[in-house]
Design a protein around this ligand. Sequence first.
Ligand code: HEM
Length: 304
Amino acid sequence: MTAQAGICAEPNLHAHYLLFDILPGHHAGVVDALAQVPALWQSLQQQYLDARFSGLVAIGHQAWDDLYPDARPSELCAFPAQQQGQRVAPETPFDLFFQLRADRLDVAYIAVQKVMALLAGKVELKDERQGFRYLDCRDMTGFVDGTENPQGEDRAGVALVAEGRFAGGSYVHVQRYRHKLARWEKLAIKTQEEVYGRTKADNIEYESAQKAPTAHTKRTSLKDAAGNSMEILRQSMPWGTANVQGLVFISCCNTPLHFTRMLESMYQPDEQGHFDHLTLFTQAETGAAFFAPAEDWLSSKGDL
Ligand code: HEM
């Protein structure tokens, strides 16, 4: 099974994100269009080798059964929405998610136009966002993002379903965060560092014993009952306009459980009342759960 390259791709300079709903009565047409996606990814990769293009299409949990009624990824379910007073991570379902990444903005844009042409008349564009590399892979809060991501072959081990009919696929969660930067920038650098549990300028991790129980890296470093690390592969990138900015957060994993546990740990207070203080400085505006099937699944229209 060939996984879509966008799942495990190394960081790029540019991204374009498209979120669609499928128009009533057009599901069969979308399955036909999606069957052409692997060839599209390949032609963009080969035509613009220097751009390191990678594509990814993922199917929303609500849309899956209408597109591929014969089989469903066993763990595909709704986005695990969170609500704790003002701190919310809502569910805003979408039928299709495209992540189009390249080191050239023009190539990412060509990919956008190709996807729009492929789906013309079958879908409604619900949201689009352009992502970009900020400095040395920093989030707009000024901290390097992605350091503890799995590296090399471990990326596939964490992100891809290993066996069965859905091998090579990935459970994908997408959230658009909008930062409260004015509030964040009022904090002393030391306090910002405590929010993450890492230093800002040189990106050094705090010793575990030195991390606050509310630190983002503390609350997202989780172990399962057997003591194994619950990992995800993050493919997030910053976005911004003149007035607002934030992060398109993207998690790819061979199970939706790890992201779900992490999000709960960020939002829900533990027995001591601790939660992730990063959630005081950024607001999730969208949240949706998808499955990104292997290319073989897409080209065979689910007939594997
Ligand atoms: C606006 C939202 C977010 C921002 C700005 C952000 C930023 C960061 C930064 C700067 C780091 C430290 C460096 C690194 O290892 O990447 C980090 C680590 C991490 N984040 Fe986030 N993050 C956000 C949301 C999330 C969410 C929603 C999850 C999962 C539900 C998550 C999971 C993780 C994990 C697993 C780590 C690595 C922890 C470790 O092993 O040290 N993050 N994040």
